[in-house]
Design a protein around this ligand. Structure first.
Ligand SMILES: Cc1cc2nc3c(=O)[nH]c(=O)nc-3n(C[C@H](O)[C@H](O)[C@H](O)COP(=O)(O)O)c2cc1C
Length: 169
């Protein structure tokens, strides 16, 4: 039977949502059944065999929707294979080296016994929400630092890991 995977995300300006969509496309190509949703809209994990959860980084913390999701579904997450991703750095650093999870995300990784975590570059440009965000863009420090080849490669690893180590019955 094909595994059904939830890719849930917390995103203010949409760039983490697009990363989640891209991960979903790769998992679908790899033969999995995939649901990509905003973390705030997920009611229960019953339909899902595995979960990929990601959040945009804001002041060193995951987006609130991703944090709340992890809290609300903690028990169900601990019973499923889980992968986590963060998205944030507005420079090429995330393509060049492994950026460890922030302390809060590390705690979530520990509690859910996550099989993996990765930090992807972020994006901040155009018509963004929030005073700080507009200040960053107006000062020329924004841009799109997401590496879609890196994102696809990571998603393919997730699919591979799931097919090698399917969730326990
Ligand atoms: C107010 C503010 C705070 C931010 N703080 C961080 C941070 O602590 N670490 C980081 O890597 N990126 C930080 N960023 C960059 C965002 O994480 C990045 O723009 C990300 O792609 C946003 O995701 P979203 O579009 O899904 O909301 C910050 C951006 C803003 C506007």
């Amino acid at each position: 039977m094909t595994e059904t995977v939830l890719v849930a995300y917390g995103s203010t300006n949409g760039s983490t949502a697009e990363i989640a969509e891209h991960i979903g496309e790769v998992l679908t190509k790899e033969g999995l059944t995939v649901d990509v949703r905003s973390a705030a809209t997920v009611v229960g994990l019953g339909p899902y065999d595995a979960v990929v959860l990601g959040g945009g980084l804001y002041a060193g913390r995951w987006h609130r929707d991703a944090r709340r999701f992890a809290r609300r579904h903690g028990k169900a997450l601990a019973q499923r294979p889980v992968w986590l991703f963060s998205s944030g750095p507005l420079d090429p650093s995330a393509s060049e080296r492994d950026i460890p999870p922030t302390p809060g995300v590390r705690r979530i990784a520990d509690r859910t016994d996550a099989r993996g975590h990765i930090t992807f570059g972020g994006r901040l440009e155009g018509d963004v929400k929030g005073r700080m965000a507009r200040m960053i863009v107006n000062s020329g420090k924004g841009g799109d630092f997401r590496d879609f080849a890196q994102i696809a490669a990571w998603a393919a690893e997730v699919a591979q890991d799931l097919s090698v180590r399917p969730p326990s019955p």
